[in-house]
Design a protein around this ligand. Structure first.
Ligand SMILES: *Cc1c(COP(=O)(O)O)cnc(C)c1O
Length: 330
């Protein structure tokens, strides 16, 4: 089976497992795991922020991050297909007591006029107050689309003028960096709080981080424990993340090239594929997925009419060519 369902399906390489086995560890709830500390300091510095917190999942990083800047009874604005709106199973409402309103963009982009229309400043006892705007870069369900830095800067200026925070769901910020050459600090500078994942294209088995100002990250450490996310000798996992940062960022360019080849085979203009995800409409998405499975290729349906393919570390050029043949035939 060639598995293009998600970039989460990668298995840790031998070299990554060796790094995990070697990791120096301690009790991280006591702040005594040196490998976790090293990972947190490194990721914070990479994004030009003060501090970071290791979390088991990207969802937990996002839930903590958004709740740091949006109080219960306030709202966050995001694009309609954002991961925080669609794929975190309502956690932001169920756990954090905040609400969301959304704008829609076919490529998941910042739509400033729409955001201006939605935005509700503090008007006292009338409307839910907009406390933050969330953006996703790259945008998963919009086909791995990159959000241009210029748009993010305009959004930053708007948020500053309104006294609102910006949350960046940077689960795949690594892919955005490789696709555009924009420095991680530039992406970090447009956001107050950021979530990043090590377990997607970077190929670690587990792990995400929340990044932000030191005081907020200190508070997030308390809240992580409250959610059951305080972990102990977790340096074995942080070591996988450090290995991924050293070895698996630049190679994402291969995944992007493979995605463009698959797009071409599926009748999608490769020029519209920014990174490692190809999403396209088929009236019969579920039947398409079943036919591909029958022929040895696993792909996903992320909506009744949307098929999604994701390339990753465990998909070679030969796998890509084989999958392209199968998908083109379907
Ligand atoms: C995968 C993903 C996350 C986090 O997912 P987990 O499965 O909870 O680690 C967050 N945002 C986006 C855009 C993602 O694709």
């Amino acid at each position: 089976m060639i598995d293009l369902r998600s970039d989460t399906v990668t298995r840790p390489s031998e070299a990554m497992r060796a790094a995990m086995a070697r990791a120096e560890v301690g009790d991280d709830v006591y702040g005594e795991d040196p490998t976790v500390r090293q990972l947190e300091e490194r990721v914070a510095a990479t994004l030009g922020h003060e501090a970071a917190l290791f979390t088991p999942t990207g969802s937990m990083a996002n839930v903590l991050a958004v709740a740091l800047v949006v109080a219960p009874g306030q709202e966050v604005l995001c694009e309609a297909r954002a991961h925080i709106a669609r794929a975190e199973l309502g956690a932001h409402g169920a756990v954090s007591g905040l609400t969301m309103r959304t704008w829609s963009h076919p490529r998941g982009q910042v739509d400033l006029p729409a955001i201006e229309d939605l935005f509700a400043p503090d008007l006292g006892p009338f409307f839910v107050r907009t406390a933050a705007i969330s953006v996703e870069n790259t945008h998963n369900f919009a086909g791995g689309a990159v959000l241009p830095l210029a748009d993010l800067k305009v959004l930053r200026a708007f948020a500053d003028a309104q006294g609102a925070a910006i949350h960046l769901d940077g689960a795949r910020i690594w892919n955005a960096h490789v696709a555009t050459g924009v420095a991680f600090e530039e992406y970090g500078a447009v956001a107050d709080v950021v979530g990043v994942c090590l377990s997607k294209g970077l190929g670690a088995p587990v792990g995400s981080l929340l990044v932000g100002p030191a005081d907020l990250v200190t508070e997030a450490r308390v809240r992580r424990k409250r959610l059951g996310g305080g972990m102990r000798q977790v340096g074995v996992l942080a070591a996988a993340g450090l290995h991924a940062l050293d070895h698996h960022i630049e190679r994402l360019a291969d995944d992007h090239a493979h995605a463009r080849l698959l797009a071409d085979a599926c009748g999608v203009d490769p020029a519209t594929v920014d990174t490692n995800i190809v999403a396209f409409d088929r009236p019969d998405a579920v039947a398409f997925v079943a036919a591909a499975r029958e022929a040895g290729v696993l792909v996903g349906a992320v909506g009744a009419r949307t098929v999604r393919l994701v390339t990753h570390l465990d998909i070679s050029r030969a796998d890509t060519d084989a999958a392209a043949k199968v998908l083109a035939a379907i």
